[in-house]
Design a binder for this molecule. Structure first.
Ligand SMILES: *Cc1c(COP(=O)(O)O)cnc(C)c1O
Length: 394
């Protein structure tokens, strides 16, 4: 029996999924930096363009290196199809624009990445698409927000920056009943710890910039779902509006995928240790970590996530204390990115979430004392020492 890559463990899929070698038999995936492709004859070009003959036409439509990345990520995600994009935001924007038209309505969790919120609040209304924001942890709020013209639901779970978790299966059922598609931004959970499609979601989006690269180099994104939905809702839009991923970035991300599982698991182990150290420190008023039993949605996490991830959030009571903490760090960088090999911490109220109106920040509990930390691959003892010393000085 031939091996079916769908039956492989994630570690095997991450290293060998989608592999397509040239006649040279290279071990490491080839990087095809080419914009276009030559055809053997005019007739061959005709067949290629008509779709009669498979093959590549132009980098905006597809590329052999990008193709391996898409196949590999789809395999890991358990999705039939994947379209890679130039950034995570290109993926989020495409995932929504492909589902709605003027006059339609979207329901979204209110704790969302800043740029996702901008798309819904500032961009979509220009095209006649309205959004209702709900407390994503409250299933009845989703149900009550549905209108006859609701076409899409968007959730980020765990959400940035306070790691609010949404019951994906519960929301998926409400979306199905409403005739709307559920899009899940799965960045914080990573494909290692959460499979939204298996929980009933229709579309999964990633910023590959985060854990998939994992080494702070390139931007990238992906949109995954059934072959039918990807073809119907996204394929033409992706080809003609131009959010294609650069093959160079696809190659970097492919190599990132090879070690993603290893990295994310080690980061998660270390994050659990750091979260416990922060929780034990007198300066921390509250710690939120998806791997701790005291997470407000621990029961939902137990059902839908197989690991806590590498991001933790903690409240030091005031902006002054949070800034003193950040400024006292010696190993951990002050930076707003996440999923990197290097640990970094940020003050969301004055950085990633500064454009969110104060009242909305308060509604999600994001007061000035909160710090968000992305735990990297440094040694756990070094990180605990650095964080504890900075907390002492907070
Ligand atoms: C970073 C991020 C994005 C955007 O990704 P880019 O690659 O920066 O465009 C979207 N959603 C979440 C949850 C993110 O963390």
């Amino acid at each position: 029996m031939a091996e079916d890559p769908q039956d492989w463990e994630i570690e095997t899929q991450a290293v060998r999924g989608g592999l397509a070698r040239t006649p040279y038999g290279e071990i490491s995936e080839a990087l095809f930096l080419t914009q276009s492709f030559a055809y053997e004859s005019a007739e061959a070009a005709d067949r290629r363009f008509s779709g009669e003959e498979p093959g590549f036409i132009y980098q905006r439509f597809g590329n052999p290196t990008t193709d391996i990345f898409e196949r590999r990520l789809a395999l890991i995600e358990g999705a039939e199809a994947c379209r890679a994009t130039a950034s995570g935001m290109a993926a989020v924007q495409l995932s929504l624009m492909g589902l709605v038209r003027a006059g339609d309505h979207i329901v979204a969790g209110r704790a969302l990445f800043g740029s996702c919120r901008w798309i819904l609040s500032e961009w979509m209304p220009r095209f006649g698409v309205e959004t209702t924001y709900v407390d994503a942890t409250d299933l009845s709020a989703w149900k009550n927000a549905v209108r006859p013209n609701t076409r899409a639901f968007l959730i980020e779970s765990p959400a940035n920056p306070l790691l609010e978790v949404t019951d994906i299966a519960g929301v998926a059922q409400i979306a199905r009943e409403a005739g709307a598609k559920l899009v899940v931004d799965n960045v914080f959970a990573t494909p290692v710890f959460q499979k939204p499609l298996a929980l009933g979601a229709d579309v999964v989006v990633y910023s590959a910039t985060k854990h998939i690269d994992g080494q702070g180099r390139v931007l990238g994104g992906a949109i995954l779902g059934s072959a039918e939905l990807i073809t119907e809702a996204y394929k033409d839009m992706h080809r003609h509006t131009g959010p294609a991923l650069s093959p160079f970035n696809a190659w970097v991300l492919l190599k990132g995928l090879e070690t993603m599982d290893l990295r994310v698991r080690r980061q998660t182990e270390t994050a659990a240790t750091v979260a416990d150290a922060v929780a034990a420190h007198a300066k921390a008023r509250q710690v939120v970590y998806c791997g701790r039993d005291d997470h407000p949605q621990a029961a939902v996490i137990a059902r839908q996530m197989s690991g806590g991830g590498n991001v933790i959030a903690f409240d030091l009571g005031s902006r002054e204390a949070a800034w003193r903490f950040l400024d006292a760090l010696e190993i951990v960088d002050i930076s707003n990115n996440l999923g990197d090999a290097k640990s970094m911490a940020t003050h969301p109220s004055t950085t990633t979430h500064r454009s969110m109106p104060e009242a909305e920040r308060e509604a999600i509990g994001l007061t000035q004392g909160w710090v968000r930390m992305s735990v990297g691959l440094e040694g756990a003892r070094d990180l605990v020492r650095d964080v504890t010393r900075a907390l002492d000085r907070a």
